[in-house]
Design a protein around this ligand. Structure first.
Ligand code: K1U
Ligand code: ZN
Length: 171
């Protein structure tokens, strides 16, 4: 396994649209293992391949308290969203130390392939629903701050650029 580098907003590579996985083979299984290690190490509750500069439709999520219930979603598709919405305070490993409220559909149904290459469907609410929607946005090249006002987004971009400069200066 290997730790992967997580891209930081406003890196333009975070805006690339991921391509579907043609076959769940050994290469994809290695990417999933590396993504899971990177997510647990961060620590985070989810990670999209886009965030580690891999532009294929792959997500890993673990919303369990014990951090031992890894879920893998390959080629995830939203098949249903509830008309009810909910606001949740979101974070993102690509936007370190910034959290803000985003409103999204409350309950969703997602179809995907598992690591065994078989299709499955899951209905999600709570943190799993929020996390799945946040990670699926990443695969479309969308970062959660793009749900916020232009004013907030500009402030976050400046803050992240300043943070990156400070980190380089500390080396
Ligand atoms: O960067 C990411 O996409 C992962 C992100 C997922 C997420 C969290 C909360 C709401 C929406 C999406 C994170 O994991 S941020 C870190 C975080 O929330 C967390 C870290 C450790 C323990 C618990 C939560
Ligand atoms: Zn994120």
């Amino acid at each position: 396994m290997a730790l992967l580098t997580v891209l930081c907003y406003p890196d333009p590579r975070l805006h690339k649209v991921a391509k579907p996985v043609a076959q769940v083979d050994a290469r994809i299984k290695k990417i999933v293992a590396d993504m899971a290690q990177t997510m647990y190490e961060a620590p985070g509750v989810g990670l999209a391949a886009t965030q580690v500069d891999i532009h294929e439709r792959i997500l890993v999520i673990d919303v369990s308290d014990s951090q031992d219930e890894l879920r893998v979603f390959i080629n995830p598709e939203l098949v249903w969203v509830s008309p009810e919405t909910k606001s949740w305070r979101e974070g993102c490993l690509s936007v370190p130390e910034y959290y803000d409220e985003v409103e999204r559909p409350d309950v969703i149904r997602v179809r995907a392939l598992g690591l065994d290459g078989k299709e499955f469907e899951v209905e999600a609410d709570g943190l799993l629903s929020v996390c799945l929607q946040h990670e699926m946005d990443h695969l479309q090249g969308k970062v959660f701050v793009e749900h916020l006002s232009m004013l907030k987004r500009n402030r976050i971009s400046l803050k992240m650029k300043k943070r990156a400069k400070e980190l380089v200066g500390q080396r």
